[in-house]
Write a protein that binds this ligand. Structure first.
Ligand code: 3PG
Ligand code: MG
Length: 426
């Protein structure tokens, strides 16, 4: 299928400094060691091609959510090291490839500050977006720079778009979406869009508890985003109107505390006040497996539980195996889901496993001048200035949403209820 945005082939790369937005937001363990380098490996074709065609890649990425401050554990050092090993070329301030420090150490990145975007843009001649996993973010290094420099999609972006087109344009039916992960707020828009396309949605992970609470189930101490409950109800009612089932866990694996060594405690759909849900239970996993095997198209994003901890991994593993066993076209997206598939050594059985002059004033508030983007850009300018380029700068009951009488009851209550306020649980 044709890509209707400019591609690498449309850029003249020779002698140019090419800002490449990559997504090196990789999973790491408690010591900061990378546990899955899929996203770094996935960026190699674009980086290698730019180098091979005589361009100099200047890589831009975020890592974690440091909220505009320098957080030592969120430096891109380990990612840079891994990239250098994979590229077999130094990744540093001098050398063939430069990786800037975590852009989210600067609040201007997430604010899509135009001055910050301009500062970034000044250290490159061209912009390539290869960060598919971050491309839904209206951030300076994603949208801001693209408005300022000749831009193109990278090779990974091209592949991801092609994979998603295949599922979004006339997908084979039944088409099933599996959504998990911690935050329901990140996924509600996705749910709303998917409702137009899919035949059913399976929900697991932390986000399931907000759905269950919205249906008046007891969720104990589980993760719930109270401020999202009304929106969840809207999505449930939209699904009901459309006749698209949204399946929720019918049992859980719980614990008394959010800790790796917590004893796993099985629970039915309603969770005791003293417990919190950390994984879907075996009945849910079996139901989800049945549904997945019947599907002709499957999109999976987000783990079913705290899969990093062995006691709470069975649900995610079960879904990973079911997706691998599904004879249909399967797409796994999102760092954690891809990591789960990798860990279970199932990647090859997934049809598609994708994985999104510097202004001093804009950077003056950088908490650690040594990390200042300005100094990085200045180094970039010095190291990347190209002699030939004059411009060198730098649910017992699996909950199926239709006929959710409780949801309907809540709807009328929600309408009467004053707008909820309060912070989002994380
Ligand atoms: C991801 O891992 O989902 C992407 O890297 C985007 O990260 P974000 O959700 O923190 O913007
Ligand atoms: Mg994401």
């Amino acid at each position: 299928m044709e890509l209707d945005v400019p591609r690498l082939d449309d850029l003249q790369l020779r002698g140019k400094r090419v800002l490449v937005r990559v997504d090196f937001n990789v999973p790491v363990d408690e010591k900061g060691a990378i546990t899955d380098d899929t996203r770094i490996r996935a960026s190699l074709p674009t980086i290698a091609e730019i180098i091979a065609k005589g361009g100099k890649p200047v890589l831009l990425s975020h890592f974690g959510r440091p909220k505009g401050k320098v957080v030592e554990s969120m430096r891109l050092t380990a990612a840079g090291k891994r990239l250098a090993e994979l590229l077999k070329t130094p990744v540093q301030k001098a050398g063939e490839c430069l990786l800037l420090e975590n852009l989210r150490f600067h609040p201007e990145e997430e604010a899509n500050d135009p001055v910050f975007a301009k500062a970034l843009a000044l250290s490159g001649d061209l912009f390539v977006n290869d960060a598919f996993g971050s491309s839904h973010r209206d951030h300076a290094s994603v949208c801001g720079i693209a408005r300022l420099l000749p831009s193109a999609a990278g090779r990974l972006m091209e592949k991801e778009i092609a994979a998603f087109r295949r599922v979004l344009v006339e997908p084979a039916q039944p088409f099933l979406a599996i959504l998990g992960g911690a935050k329901v707020s990140d996924k509600l828009k996705v749910v709303d869009h998917l409702l137009e396309k899919v035949n059913a949605i399976l929900v697991g992970g932390g986000m399931a508890y907000t759905f269950l609470k919205a249906q008046d189930h007891r969720v104990g101490k589980s993760l719930v985003q109270e401020d999202q409950i009304d929106l969840v109800l809207k999505s449930l009612m939209k699904a009901e109107r459309m006749g698209i089932p949204i399946l929720l866990p019918e049992d859980h694996v719980c614990a008394t505390a959010f800790a790796e060594n917590s004893k796993p405690i099985p629970s039915g759909v309603d969770i005791d006040d003293a417990l919190l849900g950390l994984d879907i239970g075996p009945k849910t996993a079996a139901t989800y497996r049945r549904k997945i095997l019947e599907a002709k198209t499957v999109v999976w994003n987000g783990p079913m539980g705290v899969f990093e901890w062995p006691s709470f991994r069975a649900g995610t593993d079960a879904v990973a195996h079911a997706v691998a066993d599904c004879p249909g076209y399967t797409v796994v997206g999102g760092g954690d889901s891809v990591a789960a598939v990798e860990r279970a050594q199932l990647t090859s059985r997934i049809k598609r496993a994708p994985c999104s002059p510097a202004s001093r004033s804009s950077c003056a508030s950088a908490p650690d001048p040594a990390n200042s983007l300005v100094s990085q850009l200045q180094s970039a300018t010095a190291d990347t200035a190209c002699p030939s380029c004059k411009n060198a700068r730098s649910s017992s009951r699996l909950r199926s949403s239709p006929a959710t009488s409780r949801a309907s009851a809540r709807r009328s209550r929600a309408r009467k209820r004053p707008a909820r306020t309060g912070s989002t649980s994380t």
